[in-house]
Design a protein around this ligand. Structure first.
Ligand code: ARG
Ligand code: ZN
Length: 886
C-alpha cells in the first residue's frame, strides 16, 4: 500500500517507557514487553493499533488484566483501552534463525543481532513502529552463557549475573528517550578492543569495538577512526559524546553499511575490519567515514530524530554532509581535500543523477512510498548532503556552525521535519541569501530531478557579462502536483586569463574589493552579471567545488578546457576539465563510426598532468582515469548500445596505455614505497597512481606482445606487502586478460579463503572484469556454483550479482539477452530470501528506456517477467512497477 507524506498525523498514544526481556534461543526466542502508555490528549480518542510482523503472540494484558483485541491489516488492535494511562504487557515469540531478511532479530555466525531501521522492530514485538514515538528503554537479555558470553543493548550496563542451567543475564538502561528503530541487542561470542577517552569537558568514556575471536588484530583502525570522530565533532560543532559507553559491533550478515543504534552501533564487518594484509586503502578510508557517519548520527539522528520516514534526509543528508566534512578535515592538505571532494562528486553524478532521471526519481523529501527501505537512496543521502552543503555555502562556515547550535537549542530530544532544520540555519543568519529566499531554497526538498544550468560569458570593452539560466523542468515521467518553480542555485565562479592568471571579479555596482572567486546565487530562470575591468580573452570556471547538484552546460571549447586543466586552482573543475575533454571524444566516437583516435592536445595534456611534479599523485590518478562506461552512457543523447560504449572506452584505455607508455613507466618508478605500510593519504595516493600505471603497462604489453610487465605484475602480486598492491597487481592481470590471471586468482583464493571480506574481493574482481567474448558473464554464472558463494550473505551477493549487473555494463547487457534472463531469475530467487537486497538488484535495469534495441525490448521483457510474479515483496514490487510505468 502506498504511504503518503501528506497523510501524517501525530500518534494517538505515547509510550513513556519500555521494559523488554529476551529469552534468547535461535529457534524460539521469547520476548516479554511492558509498555507504559499514555493517551495523546491533543488527539481525538482512537483505538490502540500496534504494528507487528511475523510474530507469534502468546498474551496481552492491560494493567495486569486480560483484554480483548483483534488483528487488522497486520496490526494488533485494542478497541477500548480502559484508561488514559496504563501498562500494556505483551508476550510473543520469534524465530531468529529463520530470519533470512536480516530485519528484526536474526542470527549470524552463531550469534544474535538486530536491525530495526526502518521497520524491523515490529518483527521483534508489537509496538508503535514509527520514529515520533520515543521512550526510555530497559532491556534484559537472558541466554546460554557458553554460547553467548557477551550480552549487549543500548545505553549503560545496569546489572549482570548467572542464572540456572548454564544461562546468564544482563540488564541495560538507556537514559535517552528514543524511537524503536534505534533499539539494538547483541548476544554472541565476541571480544572487544577497548579504549578510554576523556572529552574536552573532562568526562570519561569507554569505547569498545566488538568482533569475533580472531579478528581483534583488525580493529585498530576502526578504533582510531572512532576516537577521531569524537574529537572532530567536539571541535567542529561542539557536540560531545553523551554516554559513558560507546560500542561498535561487527556482524558478517548485514543488509546495509552500518546502523547508528543509540550507544550500540552495528556494523557490516566490511566497515570495521582492516589489516594491511586484507584491506585496501579504499577500505581504510571507507571505514573512517562510516565509523564517523554512525557516530555523528548520535546527535544528527538520535538526539534529534525524524518525525516520519519522509524526513529521512533530515538525518541522512545532514550526517553524510558531516562525514564528508570529517573525511576532508582528516585528509588535511588542500589537494587531499580536493581529491575527497572529487570522489564525492563522482559518486553523486554516477549514482544519484541517473536515479533522478529514471523511474525511481524522487525528491530529497519523498512524497510517497510503498516500501520505505527503497528510499535509502543516493538522493536522500548524497543529494541530501549537497542540499545541506549549499546551505553552508549560502550562510558561510561560521554561520552554518551557529545554525547547527540553534538547531539543537530548539529541537534536542524531538522528532522533527526537514523544515525545522532549514529554519534553524536561516533564522540565525538573517542577512544571508538563504534567509532571504528560504521558501524558494526548500524546493530542493520537494522537487525531484536534476536542474540544468547554462552559463555563457561574453566580453566587450573591458566588461565581461555572464548569463546563467536554469531549466527546472520535471524529469521524464514525473508529473508534479504543483507547478515547478526555479531552484536557488549557488554558483561558484572564477575567471582566468589564457595563461592561467586569476582575474579579480569586480561586480558592477559593488564597492568592495574584487575577490578571485564569487558565489552567484541564481534564483530565477535567468540572471545576468556584469564584471568590470576584465581583460579581453578569459576562461570562466563555473560551478567550482561543485557548488550545486546540477548539470552544467558551460559552452566552453576544448581550448578553454585545456586552460582550466592546466591552471584552475579549484581541484574539482581542474579534474572536470579533463573529464569533459575525454567525454567529448568518447561521445563523438560512439555516435560516429565507433572508432576513436585521441587527439594530440588531449594526450599531451594528460602527459603534462602525469609528469607534473607539483601535483598530488591521487589527483593525477583521478585525472588519468577516464569517465566510466555507465557515466558515458548517461551523457549520450542517442539510445545506448552498451557494447559500443564498451568498445570505444576500451580504445581510449588502449591508446592512453600506448601513447603514454614512457610516462606510465616514470609514474610507476616514482611512486614505489620503501617504508612500511600506512593507510595515510600520502602513501595511498602513491599506491593509487602506481597501480593505475601498472594496469596501463600490463594492458600495453598485451597489445605489443611483451611479457615483461605481466611477469612483473605477477611478481608484485606474489610479493606485495599489503592488499592494495596485491589487489592492484591482480586487477592489472585480470583487466588485461593475461594468461597469468588464472594462476594468480587461484593463488589469491587459496591464500585468503578464510577471510570472508577478501573472498568478496575475489568474487568482485572477476565479476567486474572487462568483458571479452562473453567470458566474464560465463565466469559469473560458474561462480554461482562455487562453494563459497551464498545467496544469504548480502556482501557476497553484492560482490557477485550486483557487481555484474550494476558494475559491468558490457558483461550484463548482452545482445542475446541472457544477462537480463539471468537477472530476472536471480531477483525472484533472492526476493524469497531477502527483499531489501533483492530490490537493490532489481534496480539494475532502472535505465532500460535509454537502451538501444535489441537491449531495450529484451530488458523490458525481463522486467515484465519479474512483475508478473504474484508473490513479490513490496520492495521489489515497487521497483519493477515503477520501471514499467509509462
Ligand atoms: N541509518 C543507517 C545509516 O545510514 C542505514 C540503515 C538503513 N537500513 C535499512 N534497512 N533501510 O547509517
Ligand atoms: Zn546514516
Amino acid at each position: 500500500a502506498l504511504v503518503r507524506r501528506e497523510d501524517y498525523t501525530a500518534p494517538a498514544w505515547w509510550v513513556r517507557s519500555v521494559d523488554l526481556t529476551f529469552d534468547l534461543d535461535p529457534a524460539k526466542t521469547i520476548v516479554a514487553s511492558k509498555l507504559a502508555i499514555e493517551r495523546n490528549t491533543e488527539r481525538p480518542a482512537e483505538p490502540l493499533r500496534l504494528d507487528g510482523e511475523g510474530l507469534n503472540l502468546l498474551r496481552v494484558l492491560v494493567d495486569g488484566q486480560s483484554v480483548s483485541f483483534r488483528h487488522e491489516d497486520g496490526q494488533l488492535v485494542i478497541d477500548a483501552p480502559a484508561a488514559d494511562a496504563f501498562v500494556l504487557e505483551i508476550r510473543n515469540t520469534v524465530c531468529p534463525e529463520k530470519n533470512t531478511e536480516l530485519s528484526g532479530l536474526y542470527t549470524s555466525g552463531g550469534g544474535f543481532f538486530t536491525q530495526c531501521e526502518a521497520q524491523g522492530f515490529r518483527r521483534i514485538t508489537y509496538f508503535f513502529d514509527r520514529p515520533d514515538v520515543m521512550a526510555i528503554y530497559t532491556v534484559t537479555l537472558r541466554a546460554d552463557k557458553a554460547k553467548y558470553p557477551v550480552l549487549l543493548s543500548n545505553g549503560n550496563l545496569a546489572e549482570q549475573g548467572s542464572l540456572d542451567n548454564g544461562r546468564h543475564f544482563a540488564r541495560w538502561n538507556d537514559p535517552f528517550p528514543k524511537p524503536c528503530y534505534l533499539f539494538a541487542l547483541v548476544a554472541a561470542d565476541l571480544v572487544a578492543r577497548e579504549q578510554r577517552v576523556t572529552s574536552r569537558a573532562g568526562k570519561d568514556h569507554l569505547l569498545q569495538v566488538f568482533v569475533r575471536r580472531g579478528d581483534l588484530d583488525k580493529t585498530e583502525h576502526a578504533m582510531n577512526s572512532l576516537v577521531a570522530s569524537l574529537v572532530w565533532d567536539e571541535a567542529r560543532f561542539k557536540l560531545p559524546l553523551d554516554l559513558e559507553r560507546f560500542m561498535i559491533v561487527a556482524v558478517e550478515d548485514f543488509n546495509m553499511g552500518a546502523m547508528e543504534n543509540k550507544g550500540l552501533n552495528l556494523f557490516n564487518t566490511k566497515y570495521v575490519l582492516a589489516s594491511p594484509a586484507t584491506a585496501t586503502d579504499t577500505d581504510y578510508s571507507l571505514i573512517e567515514s562510516v565509523v564517523g557517519h554512525e557516530y555523528f548520527h548520535n546527535w544528527t539522528g538520535n538526539r534529534i530524530t525524524c518525525r516520519d520516514w519522509f524526513q529521512l534526509s533530515l538525518k541522512e543528508g545532514l550526517t553524510v554532509f558531516r562525514d564528508q566534512e570529517f573525511s576532508q578535515d582528516m585528509a588535511g592538505s588542500p589537494s587531499a581535500r580536493g581529491v575527497k571532494r572529487i570522489d564525492d562528486v563522482r559518486t553523486l553524478r554516477q549514482i544519484q543523477f541517473p536515479e533522478d532521471a529514471g523511474p525511481m526519481s524522487h525528491p530529497v523529501r519523498p512524497d510517497s512510498y510503498v516500501a520505505i527501505d527503497n528510499f535509502y537512496t543516493a538522493t536522500v543521502y548524497e543529494k541530501g548532503s549537497e542540499v545541506v552543503r549549499m546551505m553552508q555555502t549560502l550562510v558561510g562556515r561560521g554561520g552554518f556552525e551557529r545554525g547547527i547550535t540553534e538547531y539543537f537549542r530548539r529541537h534536542d530530544g524531538q522528532a522533527v521535519t526537514c523544515d525545522a532544520f532549514a529554519q534553524s540555519i536561516a533564522d540565525v543568519n538573517p542577512a544571508s541569501p538563504l534567509n532571504a529566499q528560504l521558501e524558494a531554497f526548500k524546493r530542493w526538498y520537494s522537487q525531484s530531478g536534476t536542474p540544468k544550468v547554462t552559463a555563457r560569458g561574453t566580453a566587450a570593452d573591458g566588461t565581461w557579462t555572464l548569463t546563467l539560466a536554469q531549466d527546472f523542468g520535471a524529469p521524464q515521467g514525473v508529473t508534479s502536483p504543483v507547478e515547478r518553480q526555479p531552484f536557488v542555485i549557488p554558483v561558484r565562479v572564477a575567471l582566468f586569463t589564457r595563461d592561467g592568471r586569476p582575474v579579480p571579479l569586480k561586480l558592477e555596482g559593488d564597492a568592495e574589493a574584487a575577490p578571485s572567486e564569487r558565489v552567484l546565487v541564481l534564483s530565477q530562470a535567468e540572471a545576468t552579471y556584469r564584471f568590470l575591468d576584465v581583460p579581453a580573452d578569459v576562461v570562466p570556471s563555473v560551478l567550482r567545488d561543485f557548488s550545486a547538484p546540477v548539470l552544467l552546460d558551460d559552452g566552453l571549447t576544448d581550448a578553454d578546457r585545456l586552460v582550466l586543466l592546466a591552471h584552475d586552482t579549484d581541484p574539482v573543475n581542474r579534474w572536470e576539465a579533463g573529464q569533459r575533454l575525454a567525454l567529448s571524444q568518447l561521445v563523438a566516437a560512439i555516435t560516429g563510426d565507433g572508432t576513436l583516435a585521441l587527439n594530440d592536445a588531449y594526450v599531451d595534456a594528460m602527459r603534462a598532468v602525469l609528469r607534473d611534479p607539483s601535483l598530488d599523485p591521487a589527483f593525477k590518478e583521478l585525472v588519468l582515469t577516464p569517465p566510466s562506461e555507465a557515466y558515458v552512457s548517461e551523457q549520450l543523447t542517442v539510445p545506448v548500445d552498451p557494447q559500443r560504449v564498451h568498445a570505444v572506452c576500451q580504445q581510449m584505455q588502449d591508446q592512453l596505455a600506448a601513447r603514454l607508455h614512457d610516462d606510465w613507466l616514470a609514474a610507476w618508478d616514482a611512486n614505489q614505497i620503501s617504508e612500511g605500510y600506512s593507510p595515510d593519504g600520502a602513501q595511498s595516493a602513491r599506491r593509487a597512481l602506481a597501480n593505475l600505471a601498472l594496469a596501463m603497462l600490463v594492458r600495453d604489453a598485451a597489445r605489443s606482445g611483451d611479457s615483461v610487465w605481466p611477469g612483473k605484475a605477477y611478481q608484485r602480486f606474489k610479493d606485495a606487502g599489503n592488499m592494495t598492491d596485491r589487489l592492484g597487481a591482480l586487477g592489472a592481470l585480470v583487466g588485461a586478460h593475461s594468461e597469468l590471471a588464472t594462476p594468480a586468482l587461484a593463488r589469491f583464493h587459496e591464500l585468503f579463503q578464510n577471510e570472508a571480506l577478501v573472498v568478496d574481493k575475489w568474487f568482485g574482481l572477476q565479476a567486474r572484469a572487462s568483458e571479452k567474448d562473453g567470458r566474464v558473464f560465463a565466469k559469473v554464472k560458474a561462480l554461482l556454483q562455487h562453494p563459497d558463494f551464498s545467496m544469504h550473505n548480502p556482501n557476497r551477493v553484492r560482490s557477485l550479482l550486483l557487481a555484474l549487473c550494476n558494475g559491468n555494463p558490457a558483461a550484463f547487457h548482452r545482445p542475446d539477452a541472457k544477462g537480463y534472463v539471468f537477472w530476472a531469475e536471480k531477483v525472484v530467487e533472492l526476493d524469497a530470501i531477502n527483499p531489501q537486497v533483492a530490490s537493490r538488484l532489481a534496480r539494475a535495469l532502472d535505465r532500460w528506456r535509454n537502451l538501444a534495441e535489441p537491449y531495450r525490448g529484451a530488458a523490458r521483457e525481463a522486467i515484465a517477467r519479474v512483475a508478473a510474479k504474484t508473490d513479490l515483496s513490496p520492495d521489489v514490487r515497487e521497483v519493477v512497477d515503477r520501471a514499467l510505468k509509462d
